[in-house]
Design a protein around this ligand. Structure first.
Ligand code: ADP
Length: 767
């Protein structure tokens, strides 16, 4: 083995292999000198790597024992004074000695002679390498293109060097390889390194795939979440579940409620936290928790039960209604004496627009109670009162619970509006649920299906309103103290308009009392010819319309004040809307005017009877209820029984048909009070005697012709008066009701009390 000396360069952090061509930057003086020296002779230089990159002048021991003889192919100066050389590794050589004394390093080296390997063997081994490299390339598609040329190499040793030079080995790895002396050992070394690289690439690829998958997933989730956030923001909902949970916890700690309630809410919050924020279930639970947190469990508002104050507020805000106010004060007095909850529930019954809800509002104001109104009209489903179970899609608490939630205290005044309009169907009976709400024994622990926790309703003050008592379920009615609110007379309406409605509407339309003046007669005309109602709602609407028109004239036409008189009223409200069906001009046969009471007030109705030859059939037309039909039959029987005394032939009823018609009007009518009217009409038709056009009547009839008491007298008499009737026949038994009526109503009317049909006929028939 040849030994020789040659200039050397100590490399730092890099190992050059025989198959490599590479640029090296050198700056140490000795190294620069070595390069220069080499360039002046055969360009050959020995490149050997330092063990430590820090040593400036490495001694022999600080260098690896194996280096590479290389050829300097190019030498350049860099702008900063260093030089850059292009070297090509030629052969490996062992370092034996080093002379570091001179201007440059001089090494004594021994070239490594490689063992002889048969060509076939070399070829086979190269093929093996090639195969393995193929596998490697599969794992690492970005592997060096140099590997493709390995197959054409004839020297195993060179092939190995090329492979190592282009594998991603670090300096230590390369040096280690360089140190291996025999070709066969190097072959095994390279095979192992490739295998290792394959594994590394595989792991790396798997890992990358995983990371990519995860990143993709994260990115997708991130994107979705961002989108969701935008959607929630658009909908005005917030998204961050932990923020939501914290907020709920905060509200919970401030909540005034029993331990059971708080524990339940706590449990639900915990459940909420464990669910992914955007899930449907989380949304449902959140809704549930928010509902529970909104309920006024133990929160109360102090009631001021000062009867004087209540009386004052009621008088200030409502005209008339003396009886109602008196009953309310009595009721509150009893309530004050015997403590809360014991007294029955108040129920205001009367036609629409008569101030039932508005009195309830005043009571709430006077007592300093929160006010909530629950409309029961058309409620058919029990769940509307008691709530839906949570499992039900779109479940909600019932109206009572919602009312409390709105009131924010457990002791509001709750108006159950239109309790007579409760329905019931296959979905259960809401009145049964309501019964539980109103029952002092049960309502301390009322259970709403949605809320699921018992609620205390015993401190709510309930006031119900209804138009008529007839359709209120009996058990409910038994729990209530009924206070009747009746229709207003024209005079009452006039006062209400001037003292209350005008002020209210002016305020609502931003006007003052000097800007809009309405003459008394104009108001009376509005009452008479523009509204037809028991209450004052329509009147209030008309006044509202006057205010609107006035506001427009003030702003657009620059007027300072508007004065409305009976004459210019039409200009503002249009043509008269109501013309009353007046008393008939002439007395007629078979036509009698009756008086009816409906849930929207009183009315007059003409009953017509025709007789024609036939076989004794009776026909009834018009929207009649069952009670009215029975009443018609009774009336006919009575007439038949007395017909002979009026000179009617004994076979008359076998040879004639009778047709009774009651015009429908706006509302269906029922009840027995048209009994005497029908009997009179039949008798008049049968006897062909005329009935006075100035007479109207009301009263139930018995088979023997007795006249029984009826209800709704005030409304009926008001209606008669409006229709310009002069004589009204009223059952004797109703005398006390008539005596209660104010003189404004009865003045100018001839009220005749009757006990029997004979008296009725005497008054009504024109002889
Ligand atoms: P209801 O509940 O009986 O249908 P509301 O209470 O809604 O009627 O009354 C309708 C309007 O008439 C309300 O603006 C109310 O203030 C007014 N009103 C009714 N009666 C009176 C009254 N006696 N005094 C003053 N305003 C009244």
């Amino acid at each position: 083995m040849k030994e020789k000396t040659m200039v050397a360069i100590a490399l730092r952090g890099i190992t050059i292999l025989p198959a490599m061509t590479i640029h090296l930057d050198i700056n140490r003086r000795k190294s620069v000198e070595s390069a220069n020296k080499a360039m002046t002779s055969d360009q050959m230089v020995y490149l050997v790597t330092q063990k430590e990159i820090t040593s400036q002048n490495p001694a022999l021991s600080q260098l690896y024992t194996m280096g590479t003889i290389a050829k300097i192919k190019q030498i350049m100066k860099t702008p900063n004074g260093d030089i850059r050389i292009l070297v090509e590794g030629v052969k490996r050589a062992k370092l034996l000695e080093l002379d570091e004394e001179g201007e440059c390093l001089v090494a004594t080296i021994q070239e490594i002679e490689e063992e002889m390997i048969e060509d076939v063997e070399q070829k086979a081994l190269i093929q093996l390498l090639q195969e393995r490299l193929e596998r490697y390339k599969k794992e690492n598609p970005s592997a060096s293109k140099e590997f493709d040329t390995i197959g054409s190499e004839t020297h195993l040793s060179r092939a190995l060097d090329i492979i190592i030079a282009h594998l991603h080995l670090n300096q230590k790895g390369r040096q280690e390889y360089l140190q291996v002396e025999t070709v066969m050992d190097r072959f095994h070394y390279v095979m192992e390194v490739i295998e290792e690289e394959i594994q590394v690439q595989r792991v790396k690829r798997n890992f990358q795939a995983q990371v990519k998958h995860r990143i993709d997933k994260h990115q997708k989730e991130f994107l979705l979440r961002e989108q969701l956030k935008v959607i929630h923001e658009e909908l005005g909902e917030s998204v961050n579940p932990s923020y939501e949970a914290d907020r709920m916890e905060e509200r919970l700690s401030a909540l005034r409620a029993d331990k059971v309630v708080k524990e339940r809410i706590q449990r639900e919050i915990k459940r909420f936290k464990s669910l992914p924020g955007a899930s449907q279930e989380a949304g449902l639970i959140q809704n549930y928790i928010e509902t529970l947190l909104d309920m006024p469990w133990n929160k109360k508002k102090k009631e001021h039960l000062d009867l004087k104050k209540v009386e004052q507020v009621l008088n200030e805000e409502h005209y008339g209604l003396e009886k109602v106010k008196e009953r309310v004060i009595e009721y509150l007095a009893v309530r004050k004496l015997n403590g809360k909850g014991e007294s029955p529930i108040l129920c205001f019954v009367g036609p629409p627009g008569t101030g039932k809800t508005s009195i309830a509002t005043s009571i709430a104001k006077a007592l300093h109670r929160e006010y909530v109104r629950i409309s029961l009209g058309g409620v058919r489903d029990e769940a509307e009162i008691r709530g839906h179970r949570k499992t039900y899609l779109g479940a909600m608490p019932g109206r009572i619970a919602n009312g409390l939630r709105q009131a924010k205290v457990k002791n509001p005044l709750m108006v159950l509006d239109e309790i007579d309009k409760l329905g019931s169907d296959y979905k259960g009976d809401p009145s049964a649920a309501l019964l539980e709400v109103l029952d002092g024994e049960q309502n301390k622990t009322f259970r709403d299906h949605f809320i699921e926790l018992p609620m205390d309703l015993s401190e709510i003050m309930f006031i119900a309103t209804a138009n008529s008592l007839e359709t209120i379920p009996r058990p409910l009615l038994d729990r209530m103290e009924v206070i009747e609110v009746s229709s207003y007379t024209e005079n009452e309406k006039f006062h209400i308009a001037f003292e209350h409605l005008m002020k209210k509407q002016l305020r609502k339309h931003g006007l003052n009392e000097h800007q809009l003046l309405i003459e008394d007669n104009a108001i009376r005309k509005v009452i008479r010819n523009y509204t037809r109602e028991a209450g004052v709602r329509g009147l209030e609407r008309q006044i509202g319309q006057l205010c609107r028109k006035a506001a427009k004239e003030i702003l657009l036409d620059g007027k300072k004040e508007i004065y409305i008189t009976e004459r210019n009223l039409e200009q503002y409200l249009g043509k008269e809307k109501v013309s009353f069906e007046d008393a008939n001009e002439q007395d007629e046969v078979g036509i009698v005017r009756g008086l009816a009471w409906t849930s929207v007030g009183g009315d007059t109705l003409q009953i017509e009877v025709n007789v024609m030859p036939g076989k004794g059939a009776m026909q009834l037309t018009g929207q009649l209820g069952d009670v009215m039909k029975e009443s018609a039959k009774t009336a006919l029987s009575y007439v038949r029984s007395v017909a002979s005394s009026y000179g009617v032939a004994s076979d008359y009823f076998e040879t004639h048909d009778i047709h009774i018609h009651i015009p429908e009007g706006a509302v269906p009518k029922d009840g027995p009070s048209a009994g005497i009217t029908m009997a009179t009409a039949i008798l008049s038709a049968v006897t062909e005697k005329k009935v006075s056009a100035k007479v109207a009547m009301t009263g139930e009839i018995t088979l023997r012709g007795r006249v029984l008491a009826i209800g709704g007298l005030k409304e009926k008499i008001l209606a008669a008066k409006l229709a310009h009737i002069t004589t009204v026949l009223v059952p004797e038994k109703n005398r006390p009701n008539v005596e209660e009526l104010s003189s404004e109503i009865v003045d100018g009317l001839n009220i005749v009390f009757v006990t029997h049909m004979e008296e009725v006929l005497k008054e009504a028939l024109v002889c």
